[in-house]
Design a protein around this ligand. Structure first.
Ligand code: HEC
Length: 132
């Protein structure tokens, strides 16, 4: 009983880094569909643990909320419909962003899922789930 309690508090201590609780990143082994539903599935599995309500900016519980939304870098928008190369969210995931770390922080994203993000943005970042 006592060792179980100790183990639990050690875990809580490890989880409470910085000022926010970070949940472990789930690896998405399956390739998501390059559409709105696939994007939210990917955000939920790989990003929302840190970018949930009250978490790190931007909140990614619904990727539609970051379309045309300006990032912490002046003039850089998270999702620019039709232009993945100009989208800061994409740059953060492919490691080319000018500021901060590559996302998902502490985890990784497959090339296929990175391509799915680019395809969805380049196709206009619509809220359709046609690929299913
Ligand atoms: C373990 C926690 C964690 C996970 C998981 C994570 N992020 Fe982040 N994210 C952060 C932190 C902390 C920052 C701020 C520091 C930085 O930019 O490196 C950040 C910054 C960002 C920014 C830049 C915000 C700005 O305006 O400068 C974007 C975009 C972003 N994350 C997207 C994502 C996406 C997409 C995923 C999932 C594929 C993801 N993050 C997963 C913690 C996380």
């Amino acid at each position: 009983m006592r060792s179980a309690l100790l183990a639990t508090s050690a875990l809580l201590f490890l989880a409470a880094c910085d000022d926010e609780i970070r949940l472990p990143v789930q690896e998405v082994s399956d390739t998501v569909t390059a559409d709105y539903c696939g994007m939210n599935e990917l955000m939920e599995a790989s990003c929302v643990g840190c970018h949930g309500a009250g978490g790190s900016d931007p909140e990614l519980t619904d990727i539609a909320d970051v379309i045309d939304l300006e990032s912490s870098v002046d003039g850089a928008f998270y999702v620019v419909p039709g232009d993945a190369a100009a989208s800061y969210l994409y740059a953060k995931c492919d490691g080319s962003a000018e500021k901060g770390s590559s996302m998902p922080l502490g985890g990784s994203i497959s090339d296929e899922n990175l391509d799915a993000i680019a395809t969805w943005i380049d196709a206009g970042a619509t809220e359709d789930c046609e690929a299913r």
